[in-house]
Every structure is written in structure tokens, then in C-alpha cells.
Design a protein around this ligand. Structure first.
Ligand code: PHE
Length: 448
């Protein structure tokens, strides 16, 4: 395809907003705090931060380079860059990842909508302080119909934005959400700080206890880092393919990785002090945020209003992430199967709805939808990040480090020589991609 034939982002700011929009989502606000709780707190966070700088940032640059140089979706980009080889097959891991992630992501997105509706119904006023929010969440999330209806609403909203296309839909939409969400999380961080016993939460977050670290901690931290930054499954490849040659890959990547990490840390600082203050079980898994936040809201003035604004912006952040997942599938169907955009979106909605339903129903006690003791929901959640994204990321760094010419990589990183990147910095990134990241990912995969 000629450069002018492809849709593209309207401005540099639009590119950054869309990438941050893809990265910041339920991964930061729902998944990160619950993994911190399951994996013993500060030690997990430290490992997560280390991986984000040494592995995820280089993987981000590598994906970006593949996307912008390959000018297509994951499968097509590999084919364009390495014609006549089998590398294009590695693009198929991204389709598997999209499918697994969208299934449980839509369920959790639906939970967010339900809590937004609850805040309109004034369920988080100060009269509600003392309510057993854990029981309420368990009853709702294991129900027959309500979680399915909310999940479907989430699926439809996502599809509507994707149909509008890249610039009108994704870019315009993402610009407003992030700043609002950021301010609201700050409000919650401050409220949490003044709760009784909040110091226990801070100690949990910032005083590492390395006796809790196992091989599972490493894979969980690495998988979460990829999940949170939308890596290892072609989302940054497809967004990168919409970016102009003059844009600076390294600075876009660093900004996205940095902001994403900031959002995750702030979410943890909002949640963990409240977990200990209200006696919520930190290691309870996916329900953590939905049980803890209502406690915070019902213990603050104007709780229902803050709750509404929070869940509304969380919903939009989740949608701006989900659209990047859908876009991977849709661009694949358009390029490889010659579907129209509408048909591709329709196919994507249908799979999302069917597998979202199965994931949601698997949470019912006694449900047969389990495998090896894990519900389908937990299984999809776990294997997508810990294995599919990790393997996807490994293939991406191997491709850029060993198949692509170094000169081509440098040409992208410097936008054809127009951006002056210090030599040591460019070389450091290159060696992180070529040697450090693949070795680290392989080691962690083997030992987990
Ligand atoms: N990064 C998104 C989040 O944190 C989820 C996501 C994963 C989006 C992979 C696209 C690709 O919520």
C-alpha cells in the first residue's frame, strides 16, 4: 500500500494520546493492584519496574519499528519486512492474544459499567459505609444475566468507536479521557492517604519482602508489564503503522511506558492503603479493586459523584484500550481476508460476545467451565499475559535483533537520519533488543 493510501493519525499529539490510550486501561487500575496483592507487594513492584525499563521499553521500540517500517498489521508487517520467510506466522500469536484478552477484558469492562450505574443510583453515599461490598461483588459477578448484559454493552461501545475509524474514532476519543482519569486517581490517592492505618498499606507497597518472591513472581511481573503496555500482540505494530516517518520512535515509546507506569503506581497507592484500612483481603484476585473502591467512595464526601466520575473515566480508558485490541483483529481481517471494515468489526464483536459470555459464566461456583482448577476467566487472564504476550514479545525482539538489518533499525529510530539520537543511546537500545531482552524473556519462560 502506498503511504498516502493508509489511514494515519492526525498529529504527533494524537499518536501519543492513542498509544497512551491503548496502554492505560484496566491493566493499570484493575489488574496491577490485584497482582501486587497476590504477589506480596513491594518486591513484585520492584521487579515490575526493572522489567519495564530493561525489557518492555526496548520491546516497545522494536514493535514500533516493525509497524512503521512494515506498514501493515502484525502478519502483513512481518511479511513485508521478511518476504518469502515464515516470520509472518509469528503475527498469528497476536490474533490468539487478542481473542483471549478481549474475552475477559469485556467482562471486567462490564463490571465497570455496572459500578458506574450503581453510583448514579447513589449506592456509594456515606449511608452505605459499613456495607459488605465483598458479598455484593461476589453476588453480582457470579450472577446469570446482569454481568452478561453489562459485558454486551461494553462490547457494543467498543465496536462503535472502531467503526468510526482511526482518526475520527480512536484519536479524537482518547484525547479527553486520560487527563480526567489522572486527576480522579490523584483524588483517590489523597483520600486513601488519610484513612486510618494507611501506613500499613504503604509499607506493603514500598518495603520489599523478598522471601515472598518465587519463579511465578517473575513471570507475573513480566506478563503484567507487557499487558499493561499493550506489548507482544501487535497493537503497537498496527498503531506504529499509522505513524508518520518523521515521528520520534524513542520519545513516543518512553512517554507511553513512563505514563503507563505512573498510572499503575498511582492506582496501587489509591487501593492498597484502603485495602488494609478496611480489612479487605489483598490476595483475593480479580475482585480486589471492585471491593475496595466502594469502601473509599462511601467514606468520603460526595462519594457517589466521585464514584460516577471515576467509573465513567475508567470505562473510557478501558474502551480506548479495547479498541486497540479490536483494531489488531480488524486490520488483520481487512488485510488478510479482504473483509470490509464493517464485516470485520462484526466478526470481532461476535467472538468477543461469545467468549466473554463463557468467561463470565465460568465464575459461577460449580461451573463446568474450568480447566486444571482454574476458571476460564482466570485461565484466559493468566495464559494470555504470562505466555502468549511473552512469546509474542520474544519473537518481536528476535526479529528486530537478528533478522532485520541494524542499519534499517537505526534508520527508523533516527527517522532516516533527521533525528539526532546519541550513539550510545541508540546502541544501548539495540543491544537491549538483541541480547538482554531475549535472554531475560527466555530465562523467565523456562524457569516458570
Ligand atoms: N494495555 C491495556 C491495559 O492496560 C490492555 C491491552 C493489552 C491493550 C494488550 C492492548 C493490547 O488495560
Amino acid at each position: 500500500m502506498k503511504e498516502s493510501d493508509r489511514s494515519s493519525f492526525g498529529s504527533r499529539f494524537g499518536v501519543i494520546v492513542a498509544m497512551v490510550g491503548s496502554a492505560v486501561g484496566l491493566g493499570n487500575i484493575w489488574r496491577f493492584p490485584y497482582l501486587v496483592g497476590e504477589n506480596g507487594g513491594a518486591a513484585f513492584i520492584l521487579i515490575y519496574l526493572l522489567f519495564s525499563v530493561l525489557i518492555s521499553l526496548p520491546v516497545f521500540c522494536a514493535e514500533f519499528v516493525i509497524g512503521r517500517r512494515g506498514r501493515a498489521s502484525a502478519v502483513g508487517a512481518f511479511r513485508n519486512l521478511a518476504p518469502g520467510t515464515k516470520w509472518y506466522l509469528s503475527g498469528f500469536t497476536s490474533i490468539l492474544a487478542v481473542f483471549l484478552i478481549l474475552s475477559f477484558y469485556s467482562v471486567v469492562g462490564g463490571w465497570g459499567i455496572k459500578y458506574m450505574v450503581d453510583s448514579v443510583l447513589l449506592k456509594f453515599t456515606q449511608d452505605a459505609a459499613g456495607t459488605d461490598f465483598a458479598a455484593g461483588f461476589a453476588q453480582f459477578s457470579t450472577g446469570n444475566w446482569a454481568p452478561l448484559v453489562y459485558m454486551l454493552i461494553f462490547v457494543v461501545i467498543t465496536a462503535a468507536v472502531v467503526i468510526l475509524g482511526v482518526e475520527k474514532g480512536i484519536e479524537r476519543f482518547s484525547k479527553w479521557i486520560m487527563p480526567i482519569l489522572f486527576v480522579l486517581i490523584l483524588v483517590l490517592v489523597v483520600r486513601s492517604a488519610f484513612l486510618p492505618n494507611s501506613d500499613v498499606g504503604y509499607r506493603y507497597l514500598f518495603q520489599p519482602d523478598f522471601s515472598k518472591v518465587t519463579s511465578q513472581t517473575f513471570i507475573a511481573a513480566l506478563g503484567q508489564s507487557f499487558f499493561s503496555m499493550s506489548l507482544g500482540m501487535g497493537a503497537i505494530i498496527i498503531y506504529g503503522s499509522y505513524v508518520k516517518k518523521s515521528d520520534n520512535i524513542l520519545s513516543h515509546s518512553a512517554i507511553t511506558v513512563g505514563l503507563d507506569t505512573l498510572f499503575a503506581l498511582l492506582a496501587a497507592c489509591a487501593i492498597m492503603p484502603a485495602v488494609f484500612s478496611f480489612g479487605v483481603e489483598p490476595g483475593q484476585g480479580p475482585g480486589l479493586v471492585f471491593v475496595t473502591l466502594p469502601h473509599i467512595f462511601s467514606n468520603m464526601p460526595l462519594g457517589s459523584l466521585v464514584a460516577f466520575l471515576f467509573f465513567f473515566s475508567l470505562l473510557l480508558a478501558a474502551v480506548s484500550s479495547a479498541i486497540s485490541l479490536v483494531e489488531v483483529m480488524v486490520s488483520f481481517l481487512i488485510e488478510e481476508c479482504r473483509c470490509s471494515r464493517k464485516l470485520a468489526v462484526f466478526i470481532s464483536i461476535l467472538t468477543q460476545a461469545v467468549f466473554g459470555t463463557l468467561c463470565s459464566l465460568s465464575l459461577k461456583p460449580g461451573s463446568p467451565l474450568t480447566l486444571g482448577g482454574l476458571t476460564l476467566f482466570d485461565l484466559f487472564d493468566k495464559i494470555s499475559s504470562d505466555y502468549v504476550l511473552t512469546i509474542g514479545a520474544l519473537l518481536i525482539v528476535l526479529f528486530v535483533g537478528w533478522k532485520m538489518k541494524k542499519a534499517d533499525f537505526m534508520d527508523e529510530m533516527t527517522s532516516g537520519g533527521t533525528i539526532r539520537l546519541p550513539k550510545w543511546l541508540a546502541n544501548t537500545i539495540y543491544w537491549l533488543i538483541k541480547a538482554v531482552a531475549p535472554l531475560a524473556i527466555l530465562t523467565i519462560l523456562i524457569f516458570s
